[in-house]
Design a protein around this ligand. Structure first.
Ligand code: SF4
Ligand code: FES
Length: 398
């Protein structure tokens, strides 16, 4: 029997008023299937708790787009799950925050795109930065655990110190500086997002200095960029070992990107129990353990630490989900990563100032439109941007 999962990532909806160019949502998200109902999610949360899950991460898309979010949080809390809301904040008012807290919300993770308003709105594809800053101050006044997340990449790394100072004055309990991971929309936009080696090295020093400065006050975690690592990450703590993710339509996956892998059928909580899917489904067993591994992983001493790296990255880069993650310096396909890194480091034309050349999508949002009603009436299903001359904005499901 597989050990219990520790956390559940609940993607409540793929609808979102932002259009971040590094979004990990599937590029071909569709609206053809209906989202899970309130009762579906509440049943799933109870099942998860019974299996030993401790945390539920409520994410999307934008989870505030679910009008029943309070009921979902209450359902998770009554199952004794620790609830973390991962949000852009768009759609949050003082009144709604109060109802979420009353429902039992334990933790909020608020994302920022940059410290500079114009640059942040350019990355988000929406005019939201000023409002998000107000929200951060509003959240901080409440007694709730508060994390600020910032995704970094080639277009913002040159002013990382300034971004850290901006975040520091928001007084979070925890800061997460996450280098972009190249799946979904980020993979589409990799040539403009992948940082240079010099940026990565400088960022590591800046983060180490900030960790020292903030020690004892704010926890600062950082995710290193894969492509510059010697060995891969233990993606999701290993396939089907610690985490599971449920998409808005009920499919259960071991990670955000697994839907891209061909030939795997992911079961739905509409038809099967969560426990059965975790223990018995062929999808969760496919890359559990070590029998599926090829050389060099099969005989490598690090295989119990990184589990051969990321299956989705192996497929996306090498075309083989069973291959050693090409990020690994021992992988036969490492040359693929080396070539990408070499190209980015040779072409210094796409730098920070590039945002001057680009434009926001046509339907950029105005902060005044952020009441819940306006949110659901005007912001949810719009398609914006698509490809402009610099990068592709995330579009909403059609
Ligand atoms: Fe990890 Fe496989 Fe590379 Fe060894 S060869 S470090 S197990 S990815
Ligand atoms: Fe799917 Fe890493 S993202 S295994």
């Amino acid at each position: 029997m597989a050990a219990n999962p520790l956390a559940l990532i609940a993607e409540l909806t793929y609808r979102c008023p932002l259009h971040c160019v590094y979004c990990s949502n599937p590029i071909q998200a569709t609206r053809e299937k209906s989202e899970l109902t309130t009762a579906d999610w509440q049943r799933v949360f109870a099942e998860a708790a019974k299996m030993g899950v401790l945390h539920v991460h409520l994410t999307g898309g934008e989870p505030l787009g679910r009008a029943d979010l309070e009921e979902l949080i209450a359902g998770a809390a009554s199952a004794s799950l620790y609830t973390n809301l991962i949000t852009s904040g768009v759609g949050l008012s003082q009144a709604r925050l109060a109802t979420l807290l009353e429902a039992g919300l334990d933790h909020i993770q608020l994302s920022f795109q940059d410290s500079r308003e114009e640059a942040a709105d350019w990355i988000a594809g929406a005019r939201v930065h000023a409002r998000k800053t107000e929200l951060a101050h509003m959240i901080r006044k409440e007694k709730i655990a508060f994390t600020v997340n910032l995704v970094v990449h080639r277009q913002n790394l040159d002013h990382l110190e300034e971004m850290l100072q901006f975040i520091e004055q928001l007084e979070p309990d925890r800061v997460e500086i996450a280098h972009t991971q190249y799946y979904g929309w980020a993979l589409q936009n990799r040539s403009t997002l992948l940082p240079t080696r010099a940026q990565v090295e400088a960022s590591q020093k800046t983060i180490a200095a900030a960790q020292q400065r903030l020690a004892g006050r704010v926890r600062l975690d950082s995710v290193t960029p894969d492509y510059y690592a010697r060995f891969p990450k233990a993606c999701m703590g290993g396939w089907g070992r610690k985490l599971m993710l449920i998409d808005p339509f009920g499919r259960v996956l071991p990670c955000h990107a697994a839907g891209v892998l061909p030939g795997i059928e992911f079961e739905s909580v509409r038809e099967r129990s969560l426990e059965w899917i975790w223990q018995e489904s062929s999808a969760f067993q496919k890359f559990r353990g070590e029998t599926w591994m090829q050389e060099p992983c099969r005989s490598c001493a690090k295989r119990a630490e990184d589990f051969g790296g990321c299956r989705c990255q192996a497929f996306l880069l090498a075309g083989d989900a069973n291959a050693t993650d090409p990020v690994c310096s021992l992988a036969p396909e490492r040359h693929l990563v080396n070539e990408i890194v070499a190209t980015v480091n040779a072409d210094l034309s796409f730098q920070q100032s590039a945002f001057q050349q680009s434009t926001l999508p046509q339907t950029s949002l105005q902060p005044s439109a952020f009441s819940q009603t306006a949110y659901s009436q005007t912001l949810l299903p719009q398609k914006v941007g698509g490809r402009n001359r610099f990068w592709s904005y995330r579009t909403n499901p059609e």
